[in-house]
Design a protein around this ligand. Structure first.
Ligand code: SF4
Ligand code: SF4
Length: 260
């Protein structure tokens, strides 16, 4: 997962991602997760991204296939597969807490979207997911067949390593787009997002409506990913809390298991 130039600091990121995914799910389920905690997690995650370049799972996911293509099969490759499997299982249990707050790439886009400006809701989630799925196939094929690291063209690696390059400029453009449009990289490009979306489809814990809902539609109008309708499966829900914050009825939206 981590390549020949393995940096032990990266393990901090993986441990952070797994531990905080569980802590975040617990806080949500116990009703203690708040906007303040969300901002705190986003800030810590962004700092970790710049300080250790981890947990940069999309980048490390791509490295798995580059290593496979180069025949570098070793301990770190298996460690990476185990880490990714654990995070996917956590998405299947609790939803996408990793994408919500613990991925530096997602966190900087989330920060960009908080900049007050007119927002453009792009709600064609089926089309976006299909494009992202195709990119996942292209990324794996490019890595295995040609040793090409397609994700590198999006520049987040140079951005978080604070290296001035064409790639950094590309990622800055992505962040500028993320000011009016919610998480363009996550929703159109990220191959790990494609995997976690499938993982989160059967999530046991997710945001659900209760009988207290008065069907005012406010949550649906504010949701940037078109996941707030009662029948939506929440696989593209980034647990951003916008639906909960606009809901006029206490207890109409709760995070929990499906009631029998
Ligand atoms: S979709 Fe990808 S880039 Fe976005 S938060 Fe999830 S893992 Fe990170
Ligand atoms: S508004 Fe609600 S349903 Fe939509 S992404 Fe945010 S938390 Fe999920």
């Amino acid at each position: 997962m981590f390549g020949a130039n393995f940096n032990p600091l990266l393990l901090i990121g993986i441990a952070y991602a797994i531990t905080l995914s569980i802590v975040s799910a617990y806080l949500w389920a116990s009703g203690r997760f708040s906007a303040r905690i969300r901002y705190l997690l986003l800030i810590i995650t962004i700092i970790l991204g710049f300080a250790t370049f981890s947990p940069m799972i999309p980048h490390q996911f791509q490295s798995l296939f580059i290593q496979l293509a180069e025949g570098r099969i070793g301990t770190m490759l298996f460690a990476g597969i185990i880490g990714l499997t654990i995070l996917t299982l956590l998405a299947a249990l609790f939803g996408r807490h990793f994408c919500g707050y613990l991925c530096p790439i997602g966190a900087v886009q989330e920060a960009a979207y908080t900049i007050p400006t007119k927002k453009v809701l792009v709600q064609q989630k089926g089309i976006l997911s299909a494009i992202r799925g195709l990119f996942l196939v292209a990324m794996i094929g490019g890595a295995l067949l040609f040793g090409i690291a397609l994700l590198d063209y999006f520049g987040f690696s140079d951005f978080f390593k604070i290296t001035l390059s064409a790639g950094t400029l590309v990622f800055i453009v992505v962040l500028l787009i993320a000011i009016p449009i919610y998480r363009p990289f996550c929703r159109i490009i990220c191959p790990v997002g494609a995997i976690f979306q499938v993982g989160a489809l059967p999530a046991i814990y997710k945001i659900r409506r209760t009988d207290a809902c008065i069907e005012c539609g406010k949550c649906e109008r504010v949701c940037p990913t078109n996941e707030a309708k009662a029948e939506d499966n929440k696989s593209e829900c980034y647990l951003c809390r916008r639906c909960i914050e606009v809901c006029p009825k206490d207890g109409a939206l709760v995070y929990g298991r499906k009631r029998a």
